[in-house]
Structure formats: structure tokens, C-alpha cells
Design a protein around this ligand. Sequence first.
Ligand code: CTP
Ligand code: MG
Length: 241
Amino acid sequence: MVDRTSAQTCAILAAAGSGTRLANTTNGQSKQFYNLRGRPIYQWPLLQLCHHKQLAMVAVVTRLDAVSRLQDEISRLGYVDKVIVTTGGDTRQQSIRAGLNALAARLVDPEFVLVHDAARPFLTADMIDRALNGAKLHGACTAAISASDTIKRVECHLVTETLDRNTLVLVQTPQAARFSWLLAAHEKAFSNGLSVTDDAAVLEYAGHQVAVVQGSKLNIKVTEPEDLLLAEAIATLVLQQ
Ligand code: CTP
Ligand code: MG
């Protein structure tokens, strides 16, 4: 059993998507369950979260039809005491809100929460450290990398603007924040019908400043078929280390 009094910092692993952009390559299976070098993709970041000493509890949010499968797999990994599996929603935002409420029901006054996409297999302990430190220093932060390609705005296949890439970053997860900030921000977004694609945007909407911490080029989100090729190559490198 997790010590309820010291359960200060927790995490959510978002694994309730259906992976539609990859469905043809994965035979319809959700990408987080695709076997990447011997492990379902979601287990790569989950093990990093479970091993991290500062994280007292991890909520894995998944679709209803996958809950018992994940409970079985996580029990076989030996992490039933640290991990809860809960049902997500139709959008990522709904899934994170469900994870926050599941954690709020289990923990007494959690202080910080880290959110990570199950579709990003290559989370490291350093990335978790940077995100938690960023949340402690600034209240909220996101991992991001600088944009090395030029970015243009396009409408109907025509360039309408060239953006200044020095002011742009590519946002990743992990993202971390004061638990109370993120929960209240999600409740506000839900009440007002806001729909966004990451937790930083939910926090921005609630008026919080979100700091940027260093992500990694290797921290890819498996999204399109080519990403699976990259993921296989990175996984091979990681396993050789
Ligand atoms: N996610 C979630 N709940 C949802 C939708 C997405 O927890 N209702 C999670 C995904 O499992 C993934 C992360 O959010 O780990 C990022 O989402 P994305 O890359 O868009 O994954 P999918 O929604 O599964 O893929 P697609 O958009 O191609 O269907
Ligand atoms: Mg999606």
C-alpha cells in the first residue's frame, strides 16, 4: 500500500487513445499496445515512472476494454502497489481529467503531478527530474525542443507566412505542475467547454505561466507509420546501452 501521508508527487500516463493514424500498420491495435522490441509501447515509459523514487503513484489511463488487460500486465511487472489503472475519455483532455480525479480520490493532498503520453516510449529519468524540478521552481512546465526546421503557415497548399523559429519550440511530454493548479484548470476547461491538445494549454487557459524545460529529440511521439521505424531504431540503441 502507498503511504498516504507521503504521497506528494504522482504521475499520469495517457494511454486511452485509439491510434487511428497508425491503425493500418498496427492491424487496428492501439499503438500504445504495439510490441516494441519485446514490450508494449506503453510499458517503456511506465517502467521509468515506476522506477522513479519521487513518484509515489502512477495512474495509467486507458480505454474501458483495456483496463483488466493492463491490470494483469502491471501486476506481472510487480507494480500493483504503485500503479492504478483507470478509464479515460473520448479525448486526451478528458482522459487526463479522469486520471487527475482518480489520483485525487486516492492521495491526500498531492503536491505535484507529471503527465506523460504512453505513445512516447523514450522517457528517461533525467526528463522526469527536469519536469519535476521545473514544476517546483515555476509551478508548471513542459518539456520541449527547439525547432530546427523553418516553420511556415500554410493555407490551401500555399505559404502565407514564415514564422520566426527562434521564438518557437516543439512541445513534448512530460509536462508537470502543482496538482491543485492542474486539477482546477481542467475543471475550469471542462465547465467552459475548452478543447485543447495538451495540459500546458489547459494551464495557460487558467492563467498560469508554463515554463519550458529541455526535452529530447529521441523523445518522439509514435504517431505516423514512419515513427514506428524510428522507434524500432531508438529502442535498439536504448537496449544496447
Ligand atoms: N490519449 C488518451 N485519451 C484519448 C486520446 C489520446 O489518453 N482519448 C493519449 C494517447 O494514448 C497517447 C497520447 O494521448 O498516448 C497522445 O495522443 P495521440 O498521439 O493523438 O494518440 P491517439 O489519439 O491514440 O492517436 P490518433 O490521434 O492517431 O488516433
Ligand atoms: Mg489523438
